[in-house]
Design a protein around this ligand. Sequence first.
Ligand code: PEP
Ligand code: MN
Length: 354
Amino acid sequence: MLVVMQAQATEDQVRAVCEKVESLGYRAHPMPGAQRTAIGITGNRGEVESGTLEEMPGVQELIRVSKPYKLVSRDVKPDNTVVTFPGSNVTIGGAGLAIVAGPCAIESREQAFTIAERVARAGAQFFRGGAYKPRTSPYSFQGLGEEGLRIMADVRDRFGLLIVTEAVDYESLDLVEKYADMIQIGARNMQNFSLLKRAGRARKAVLLKRGISATLEEFLMAAEYVMSEGNYNVVLCERGVRTFADHTRNTLDLSVVPAVQRLSHLPIIVDPSHGTGKRNKVTPLSRAAVAVGADGLMIEVHHDPDRALSDGMQSLYPDQFDALMQQVRQIAAVLGRSVSASIHVPAEATTSAN
Ligand code: PEP
Ligand code: MN
């Protein structure tokens, strides 16, 4: 159920409706929009008692939401969600494209700083890198854990990049929430419902990657889990799905971008690195992702990919990332969008980590 408030409804009227909804034993999710505020109602097993709500001051109408997802739906919020980050003017979902770049895993302070400097110079606003790595083999490098998070926090201090990193369980989520600006939920955990709910109670934005074989509806329902706990700062990420095709690691499903945008107000970015698994395919599919209307890109970059502890085959060399940025900047302009310019990295930032 959705309560649509009148365009001129006051904040007090919105609050009164939310309180009424909560007093009925449901949860109220106010979603302010450019035209009007809508209040999503969750927690109801059957039909919501609508009579009293309908008569409240400021209420325009009550709409039954027939789709299985509510809060992620454009029915609840027609305007695009623009995710903001406290203390920064970077956004995801607005006119500017969000560029997330960095290694697959944080391997050492020196490695992280070397790559961060290059991606910052090229215009990325977010630095990515795993401190907790979900690996197919238990014998593969599992990440540096909290030490990796500390390195990323230092990268933020030095280069002004926002930090995105994956949480794989409750314990790591507590730490990622403390150190990072955006919590990544990886493809393998897209349907880890207790982890999604925990992310929904976090105070940081969530980057939700599409599961390896998730349908569009399953993908949106996973985002609904996060939002249903009160965290509305969710960014979706297409990272390829498993198909019969074996010329790439996964099949990057770019058609999901307009499909998501039709149904949901949430921003969606594309990860062509995991989506293809092959370095030579990353730049062409980045161009395509921007052309199809993605709100940003996530790109793995490594200065010495042959020696990377994970995903070296799909990591771009920094020079290739520079070229990618120049290309996507031109494509973005055609669509009336922008990619932030290369930034000047302060002199002390060019010295390596110590
Ligand atoms: C990653 O971003 O490093 C990662 C493991 O991605 P995914 O969950 O999409 O496989
Ligand atoms: Mn990776």
